[in-house]
Design a protein around this ligand. Structure first.
Ligand SMILES: [Zn+2]
Ligand SMILES: [Zn+2]
Length: 370
């Protein structure tokens, strides 16, 4: 067995994931986001809240105080979710899931999804590990990510099992903040125009208004899409692989997703936001589980006779008009090579050796190559 997370069973180094913080260009989007938040904060507080709170009219002063307080609460939550989203690792595959092409894994793997060809469990050639259900390899992060949703350059991180809730909340509080700025500072814009304020003040208020409108315009439908994905028990990758290729639906409510992971709307939200609905909007009370296994909907799972589907292998199959195929999950022999003969075994070994020189299957390397 390997001695460490980056060492093969034969003592050779696995390909190390690239450093997240070592490249300046990867930090640029984060600095851009923080800069935008800072500019909007200053413009809204100085250009909108303070003039209201200094008004001689008591009602206006109270309204200014309430808007300022609400804005600070929302901004604090937004920054907290942004930090969690960026710093919390989405989840990677444990070292015990190391893949040997002709050996069974050391532990029993709770895998439902299998590869179409041969019905064997999915595995990653780059990481040399089995892939848990809903796991995908991220080329940017250089590793397999548990329940990978997508890689987000704005947080320089993948969005996956452990940080998807923070990502959703980040979108939610960004949506709240931008709508609050846009709808309330419109009033300040009118006041500034009427009073013929200095150019810099006018420019700042108009700039804040434009940026908030633009961000609200982008984030609101994006959040709506993710809420719909959660309600259907889908990740973005699963949506792109299962639902988009079907096409044909005239509206969102007519799309039939048939996700194997769709447990009903309430449980779908629980699986992402946590069990207690009172804490769904709080950046804690994350969902239970390690991200290595997920409950499957009995309706779809039993209909297939306890079968899984390979999302990756079905990529493109819909375009060719073929039906979605469900394949049996082997309960044993996960790592077994095809037993069609020596040639098949050698071909598989050759293919494996070309792709994974760091992980030569031991029995073949020891005797069968001679
Ligand atoms: Zn991988
Ligand atoms: Zn990634």
């Amino acid at each position: 067995m390997p001695d460490g997370p980056h060492e093969s069973p034969f003592g050779e180094p696995l390909l190390s994931p690239p450093s997240r913080w070592g490249e300046v260009h990867k930090l640029t989007p984060i600095l851009f986001c923080l800069g935008t938040i800072s500019v909007l904060y200053v413009i809204y507080v100085v250009g909108h809240c303070m003039p209201l709170m200094e008004s001689p009219d008591e009602d206006v002063r109270i309204r200014g105080f309430v808007e300022c307080l609400g804005f600070h609460i929302i901004t604090f939550m937004l920054l907290l979710c942004y930090a969690m989203c960026t710093l919390v690792h989405p989840g990677e595959v444990p070292q015990e899931w190391v893949y040997h092409p002709n050996m069974e894994p050391a532990i029993e793997l709770p895998i439902k999804e299998v590869k179409k060809k041969g019905g064997v469990p999915r595995h990653c050639k780059k990481c040399g590990k089995y892939k848990p259900d809903r796991c995908h390899h991220c080329r940017v992060c250089g590793m397999c990510i548990l329940k990978m949703d997508h890689h987000c350059p704005w947080i320089n991180n993948c969005v996956g099992h452990h940080n998807y809730k923070y990502f959703l909340l980040l979108l939610f509080y960004t949506m709240l903040a931008t709508h609050l700025i846009f709808w309330t500072s419109s009033e300040s814009m009118m006041v500034v125009l009427e009073k013929d304020a200095p150019f810099l003040t006018m420019f700042a208020v108009l700039f804040g208004l434009s940026i908030s409108f633009f961000l609200a315009f982008l984030v609101t439908p994006f959040l709506g899409l993710h809420i719909w994905l959660v309600s259907q028990g889908l990740s973005t990758i699963e949506f792109c692989e299962q639902v988009l290729p079907q096409g044909g639906a005239s509206c969102w409510c007519c799309i039939e997703t048939n996700s194997m992971w769709n447990l009903g709307i309430f449980r779908n939200f629980q699986s992402v936001l946590g069990d207690n609905p009172l804490f769904w909007l709080m950046p804690f009370s994350t969902p239970k589980g390690t991200g290595l296994a997920y409950d499957a909907n009995p309706k779809y799972y039993a209909a297939a006779g306890g079968l899984g589907r390979d999302l990756e292998a079905s990529r493109g199959s819909h375009k060719q008009g073929s039906s979605r195929k469900l394949l049996a999950v082997p309960t044993k022999g996960y790592g077994a090579l095809p037993s069609d003969g020596l040639n098949d075994g050698l071909n598989a070994l050759q293919h494996h050796y070309q792709r994974q020189p760091y992980c030569v299957p031991e029995p073949f390397a020891a005797k069968d190559m001679i």
